[in-house]
Each structure stands twice: as C-alpha cells, then as structure tokens.
Design a protein. Sequence first.
Lengths: 254, 287
Amino acid sequence: MARTVGFFTDTTLCIGCKACEVACKEWNQLPGHAPEFGDGYDNTGQLDEQNWRHVQFHERSTAKGGVAWNMMSDVCKHCAQASCMEVCPTNAIIRTEFDTVYIQPSVCNGCRDCIAACPYHVIGFDEASGLARKCTFCYDRLQANLMPACAKACPTESIKFGDLSTMKEVAGARLNQLRGQGMAEARLYGEKEYGGLHALFLLTDKPEVYGLPPTESAVLPSRNNARSYLASLATAVVGVVGAVFAFRERGGKE
Amino acid sequence: MIEHFVTAPQWEWYIVWYFFLGGIAGGVYALGAILRLMGDERDAPIARLAFLLCLPILVICPILLTLDLGRPLRFWHMLIDSRTFTLNFKYWSPMSVGVWVLLIFGVFALISFLEALANLRTGRAPFLVGGLGRAFVAVGAVFGLFLAGYTGVLLSVSNQPVWSDTWALGALFLASGLSVAAATLSLVSRLGRHERSAEAKLTRADRYFTVLELALLVVFFVSLGAVGSRFLAPRWMALWAIVLIGTLVPLALHFSSERRTPAMLAAVLTLVGGLALRMVVVFGAQM
C-alpha cells in the first residue's frame, strides 16, 4: 500500500533507554559494534552501517547549576531531496512507494559516494558485505503494513510513526503545547531542510548541538557542479592557450 | 560558511593514485594533441611518445577504481542499471560522468596508441591526419582534459569539509594534471633520445602550468577561507612542503637552465609534488 510515511521524534520524551537501537538491530539483524565507553553515557557512538538508530546524550548545565540531559534518537532523515540519492552512480539508492530512501543491497557496489554526500553522517560502509548501509525505514515491515521496529519499541512514544502529513500536524501541535508551557527553546527541525525531511525532530536546543546542520548549511552536493566545472573549463582554456603559446615559440636554445 | 556533520567516505590510496595517474593520462594526451595539431615535424616524436604513454597509464585507472569498490565485480553497475539493463548516466553526479569519460577516453587513447605504435615499429605515417584525424585527436584531448580535472569536481560535489567548501579543486587538479603530464613527457623523453627543441617546448609549457597551479593554490585557499586552517595542522605541513618544493623548485630550475640533469630533477620533483597535492587534499579532508 503506497503512502508517504514519516517519523516524528520528540526529544522531550526520550529517556535514553535505547529500546529503539535494540529493536532496530534485532529486526534488521545488525550485529552492532562492541560498545565504546567514553566520558558520557553514549556507548553507541554514531549512526553508521550497524547503528541505524543512535540515541545521543547531551549534557548541559542548567540555570540552577545542575545538569540536564538532552537526548535524541537519531535516524536517517529520508530527505525529500536526498544528497545520497543525488550522487549515487549506480542508481542503487531509490525512492520507495512509501517516499522513503532505500539502498538496494543487490545494486550497490560500495563506491561510497553516498557517504561523502550525506549531510547527516547516516550511511556507513559495511566491510563484511562491501556495501553502503543505513536505515531502510523498515521497508520490509512497511510492505507488511507494520510500523518500523524502533517506533514500535519506543516506550515513551518519543518516536512516533505515521503518514508524514499527520506527523507534521502532531509535531506542530506538540511545539505549540510546549511553547505554551513556557519552553521557548523548543523548535522543530526538518520541515524546511532538503525539501522536507521524512524524520522530523522536536529539539530543545540548536540543531548543531544534535549534529544536525542548521537550515542554511543543509545544502545539496550538486550546488558545486556548475561552478567547479566552470572553474575547470576556464583553467583548461588558460592551460591550452599557454601550451599552444609555449609550443609555438621558436625551438629552444641548442 | 557551511557547517558539516559528516562521515568520511574512506577514499584512500587507490583513489589518490587514480587521481594522480588520471591527471597524467589525460594531460599527456592533451599535450600530445596540441603538439600534433600546433607543432612542427620536430615535435612529432614527442607527440608520439605522449600517445604511447597515455594508454598504459590510463589502463591502471579503472583497475584502481574497481579495487576500491566494496563489490569489485559490480563495477559495471556504474555503466548499466543492473535492474533494467538500461544505461546509467547522471550528468549531475561527477562519478557517473567520470566513469563514462574514462570509458570513452579509453577508446581515443587506444586508437592513438595503436597509431603511435605502428608509427614507431614500422615507420608507418600517422593515420590520424587530415581534417577527420585532427578532429579525432582534438576531441580526445577534450576528454583527456576532462579526466584530469573532473576528479576535483567529484570531491567538491559532496558535503565533506574542505572538498565541498571550494569551487577551485577541479581547476587545481587540472592545472596540476597538465604539469605532471608535461613532467612525465619531459622525463621519459630525456631518458631516451628525442628532439631537444621539443623538450624545450615542454619545459616552457610546464612553466605556464606550474604558475597556473600556484595561482590556483592561492585561489583554493582563499576560497576555503577559515576552513583552510584545517590544513595548518602539523601532520599536513610536510605534504604541503612537498607540494611547494614540487612547484617552486622546478619553476626555478626551468628558468635557470635547460640542461638535462636539472630538467630531469625538475620533472621528478613536479611528479612527487603532484602526488603530494592529491594526498593532502584527499586525506586532509577525511582525517
């Protein structure tokens, strides 16, 4: 059943339990990496070929001198204008009937151009299979009319799943509610970026804090095509004229 | 200034060597073509040498690219959609364009190589003469120049720091490609016995290319602005020093002497500098 789906991740409800990460790995049969313990509670590290959900933990000081958590379950944004899809030379990356962005494992040849393109550090290279891998939006589950594993497992409904239009309404209503309660720092991310993301986030800090490029930095790789080729063309002309000039001068001093 | 939150694609040595050899292969064909189309009969041996060198260097390129893939046996997915068996071509993806250019340029390189080989072995006159032959060589040169430069555009058409923060990388790689190509021709030519006047011409051409490359290095850093400070880390200083030695010293040698030993030293330094440039650009942005 074709439909346009979306996630809405409400970070104010996230308790950092990582059920989404576990459910994702269970369903998608991702072995995961060995946990890495640093100076925080995040032992997942980053989104990559094994981590298709990643619960970020950000500590911040409060006005009263205490410490508060900003937690966010990060995921592929399934951008309407997807940088990865734009550069993929094999057409392995497709837009599905659910309007999600999917890397076909049978087509990808592991060139990694999508990794260079993705502005959200989502895609990782899987050494074992030789493929670029990322969140599939549980494509198989969607086809079976099931919700993605992460949304299903989330105990606080921080991760909501539904039609994208419904998610936008839910997100808008939640933003108004929080602002009404005096949370002035609440903001939505994903409505304007890349033609609209299929994973919206309600944040309580600047996007950069969560590793999300601010709107003005959310740009497509193809922005550089014309100007880079033009500069190369100008250089080619100057180079060829220089060569012709050099070759036409009388022979060297013998 | 654009803020980046990205993962590096882990393009490493295969890609560095591809960028370097692609620059030489594309550049020597272009130089061979210009010598053929604009030069006199004394330049013919160097033009022939250019066409003889181009193909062997070029054939290494797709091998390197294939080895770099996670699934090398699927290299053909770049050209043909494995689902529909229709041709894959995306003009807005430099990797897609580059694969086709590599293939098409290969045809030009092969035919020019065979012509040069026949000329060398049997003394048969070149057959790529007359209007059509000259046009063939000229079109081949355009593809060669494209190959030498698009690799920089490929890096820029991404969201990686440094690479995507400049519009000068394609231009810089092209200028460097012409320079290393002239150095390669000059070096191989001086190892054998070729026309001195043509060698002097190559040296003069390389002067232009090196000045162009230096100018574009400045443009590159100016276009990067504050992002360029990433390269100021001590770990990249040695490579930048080699890049500068590989441009400034050959330039000084080109202006001071046309004798054999300094010219060969200049060529070797140019080649090492050209490789260092690609190393620092490719690794410097990813680490």
